[in-house]
Design a protein around this ligand. Structure first.
Ligand code: FAD
Ligand code: NAP
Length: 314
């Protein structure tokens, strides 16, 4: 028979929002269960230096997340390695089904499933994923020692990935569809100073070119967005860094969404359109999407859940 676990508060997600909710909910004696999902520690585990986490001038993303997990655990949060595959918010207690077969029933739910990397959607990108096409420089940069690489995008992630990849690559071409970056000025300055990085403005990726045997990338075809001219750039790695989309798979049919698919919450709160279900972090935030803001929202969600549960008992 399938295992069933009941909790007052079920936290789904183990990024800064989830772990912070875990710390606060534990300290409120709510004995929360936190389900980590496929990426324990969340997006920060895919980066290296984090320089804007208050209290740490510089900390490695994965290390920071290990510390957050240990903190939540020390406060009494029950951290479980599982993936929620279904969430029924139609009746209380809510029921979440784990990939392990465990059913989690909960009086309140905190959704902190964050965001996932976006892809361009090209057939050739799909064909070479894992064979030269990646969305994670920290994970795959090491394979490109002394080789030429392209990075697609113009935000913080693209610039950070390009800078990081110069540790390995002989040359990094940053391909952006405009001639202006979205990345913070400090990162733009570092980019300009790095002799290994060459920006290619007003270009979009048309096709990843490669061989089947052995399977690998040999170059990219890029299009000038104004003239339509196609150019081929030789490279052995393509890093797609065009942003992240909120992970709403569990709730997109049941909760109100806004701002292009993010979970809607009441202004100044983490309350979603279903009473007892709260949302925090990148899942609900189209604007800031930072570790510190996600952690802040995780705190708010735990406090909101605590107050809401207390009201139910009145
Ligand atoms: P996430 O970190 O996205 O975590 C989501 C969690 O939900 C994961 O643990 C996942 O396993 C879990 N999950 C998803 N679906 C399920 C499911 N079905 N069942 C169970 N669990 C599930 N921000 C900064 O402030 N400073 C930086 O330097 C910085 N660098 C970054 C570098 C990179 C490369 C990237 C991609 C982002 C960076 N960010 C940075 C942004 C920051 O990582 C995010 O804002 C933050 O991680 C969001 O936290 P979160 O808790 O909302 O979600
Ligand atoms: P982002 O800020 O949304 O930037 C995405 C970039 O990709 C933009 O430059 C965009 O171009 C481009 N792009 C989007 N779709 C494209 C497409 N189909 N084809 C070509 N280019 C496309 O995403 P992000 O850089 O991943 O950052 C996400 C969030 O995490 C941000 O809030 C960011 O601040 C945060 N973050 C913070 C840090 C840090 O603090 N150090 C590091 C990484 C990430 P346009 O500019 O033309 O729209």
């Amino acid at each position: 028979m399938a295992d069933t676990k009941h909790t007052k508060v079920l936290i789904i997600g183990s990024g800064p929002a989830g772990y912070t909710a875990g710390i606060y909910a534990s300290r409120a004696m709510l004995e929360p269960i936190l389900v980590q999902g496929i990426e324990p520690g969340g997006q920060l585990t895919t980066t290296t230096e984090v320089e804007n986490w208050p209290g740490d001038t510089e900390v490695q993303g994965p290390e920071l997340m290990v510390r957050m997990e240990a903190h939540a655990k020390a406060m009494g949060c029950d951290i479980i390695s599982d993936i929620i595959t279904d969430l029924d918010l139609s009746k209380r207690p809510f029921t979440a089904t784990g990939d392990s077969g465990t059913a989690y029933t909960a009086d309140a739910v905190i959704l902190a499933t964050g965001a996932r990397a976006k892809w361009l959607g090209l057939p050739s990108e799909e064909a070479f994923k894992g064979f030269g096409v990646s969305a994670c420089a920290t994970c795959d940069g090491f394979f490109y020692r002394g080789q030429e690489i392209v990075v697609i995008g113009g935000g913080n992630t693209a610039v950070e990935e390009a800078l990081f990849l110069t540790n390995f690559a002989s040359k990094v071409t940053l391909i952006h569809r405009r001639d202006e970056l979205r990345a913070e000025m400090i990162l733009q300055e570092r980019l300009k100073k790095n002799p290994k990085i060459e920006p290619l403005w007003f270009h979009s990726l048309e096709e990843v070119v490669g061989t089947d045997n052995p399977k690998g990338v040999t170059g990219v075809k890029v299009k000038h967005v104004k003239t339509g001219e196609i150019t081929e750039i030789p490279c052995s790695g393509v890093f797609v860094a065009i942003g992240h989309a909120p992970a709403t798979e569990l709730v997109k049919e049941t909760l109100e969404l806004h701002n292009g698919g993010y979970v809607a919450v009441k202004p100044g709160s983490t309350e979603t359109s279903v009473p007892g279900a709260f949302a925090a972090g990148d899942l609900t935030d189209h604007k800031y999407r930072q570790a510190v803001t996600s952690a802040g929202m995780g705190c708010m969600a735990a406090l909101d859940a605590e107050r809401w549960l207390a009201e139910q008992d009145d």
